[in-house]
Ligand binder design. Structure first.
Ligand SMILES: [Zn+2]
Length: 462
């Protein structure tokens, strides 16, 4: 499209400088109806007969008026007259949604369904692209809307980029009535319906129907649901949320690289990261500073529920306990649209934060094993990690998982060169050699009930 030329060799694309002048002379809205979502339209002559892109002959028109002009319902002469009139006027009606998405005085609240997102820069971001967002124009201080709308198959229908409508207007209808903006495809299909409050401080999205496989965002009055579907739509998981989120990067963040086959994974609520359902790629309130969650509902349409081990609950450490895991730590960088995040995997299992290393246990060209002290905030299923060696605690060890816990004796050397076996707490293990990991009396693995603490081994000397 951009390289398309007319009979005089004029490219369709209008230079940025001319566009800016047209915006200013149109006073940032459709010259016919003052809608602030607009396109650039050659008036007289039409583009096909134009020899240049002149700001005298190009005006802003909203998609609806544009269609009316194309179909001859509004004569070009009227557009030209209105354009000239607006330029002459000292006081022109402001474009109806100049500040549509934001107010100037305080934190903008976007209400989606029953959830409130306060000061989230991006409203919806899918795979790193903002599909619904707003930003402040450096030069004019006006807020500019970006929205990308898709059909049922996830093909892009049209976009609004910084208030400029891009794509066909034939089947679309944009209505603005006072503080309300409605975008329809066809007569009845409302794809977007939002209204600002009187103080201009809250934007309430009442209807949204956005389909970007494998995701589908559905907003209907007080409900916000995001669905992840199988490719053939045979299965789906819906996540419905109600909550208040403050100062985040993104209200609804969808990442298709994080999706597995639809199954009901674990729901995660982590400060600074938001709320998400493992395996679905669906996040709410990403990067928020605070969140108050009233309701999270999961709707399972024919999916498996990922099995949750029954021992899980019994291995939550008490307040004075700590996890220890040996193994190899891998740090992966995950790129988000506006930030990067370090992810930590210990023996393949993801941790919420970087574990503290007590030192290297074993290192050669094939192995690099360290002893890690894991934050108590980590998910309790760490005890299912293959390198899990136990808690540092004096008691409270339950039978269910004791067979996963190793207990060892280590060889210690005193200042005279005498060596002796000693049971040590994990904090004392550094630099000592493990000599035994089973109890010689019982021939069973050492058990933390017998000794406080657990520890790793340098070499298997049993
Ligand atoms: Zn218009």
């Amino acid at each position: 499209m951009a390289s398309e030329k007319n009979q005089f060799g004029l490219k369709r694309q209008i230079p940025a400088k001319v566009k800016r002048e047209v915006r200013q002379r149109s006073k940032f809205g459709c010259v016919v109806c003052r809608n602030a979502i607009y396109q650039y339209e050659h008036i007289l002559p039409e583009f096909k007969d134009a020899k240049e892109h002149s700001a005298d002959r190009i005006a802003l028109l909203c998609p609806t008026c544009h269609t009316n002009v194309t179909k001859g319902r509004i004569p070009k002469e009227v557009v030209q007259r209105k354009y000239e009139q607006i330029q002459r006027e000292e006081r022109t009606a402001p474009p109806r949604d100049t500040e549509y998405f934001v107010n100037h005085y305080q934190n903008l609240q976007v209400k989606i369904g029953a959830s409130r997102f306060i000061e989230h820069q991006s409203i919806i971001n899918i795979d790193g692209a903002d599909v619904l967002s707003y930003r402040k124009d450096k030069f004019t201080g006006r807020y500019l809307v970006t929205g990308i709308f898709f059909d049922q198959k996830g093909s892009k229908l049209f976009e609004i980029i910084d208030n400029e409508w891009i794509g066909s207007t034939d089947i679309w209808d944009v209505e603005q009535e006072g503080r309300r903006l409605v975008i329809k495809s066809g007569l009845r299909n409302v794809v977007f319906d939002a209204i600002k409050n009187e103080e201009n401080s809250t934007l309430k999205i009442n209807r949204l129907n956005m389909h970007v496989p494998p995701f589908h965002i559905i907003v209907n009055q007080e409900r916000l649901i995001v669905r992840q579907s199988a490719i053939d739509y045979s299965k789906a998981i819906d996540v419905e949320i109600e909550g208040d989120f403050t100062h985040g990067d993104c209200a609804i963040y969808l990442d298709s690289s994080q999706t597995k086959k639809p199954e009901q994974g674990q729901l995660q609520i982590v400060g600074g990261k938001g709320v998400w359902l493992d395996g679905t790629g669906i996040w709410f309130g990403f990067g928020n500073i605070s969140a108050l969650i009233y309701k999270v509902a999961l709707w399972n349409h024919g999916c498996d529920v990922r099995s949750v081990s029954k021992v899980k609950k019994s291995i939550v450490p008490l307040a004075d306990q700590n996890y220890f895991v040996i193994g190899e730590l891998e740090t992966r960088i995950r790129k988000y649209p506006k930030w990067n995040e370090e992810l930590y995997f210990l023996n393949g299992q993801q941790l919420d934060s970087k574990p503290y290393s007590w030192g290297v246990i074993d290192s050669d060209e094939h192995n690099h094993t360290e002893l890690f002290h894991i934050s108590r905030q980590e998910s309790a299923d760490l005890a299912l990690n293959e390198g899990f060696i136990g808690f540092y605690a004096d008691d409270v060890i339950e039978q269910e998982w004791s067979d996963k816990v190793f207990e060892v004796e280590v060889k210690t050397e005193d200042e005279f060169g005498n060596t002796f076996a000693q049971r040590v707490k994990v904090s004392n293990i550094n630099g000592r050699e493990v000599i035994r990991r089973t109890n010689p009396q019982t021939q069973k693995l050492f058990h933390p009930q017998e000794f406080a603490g657990t520890c790793p081994w340098r070499k298997n000397r049993d």
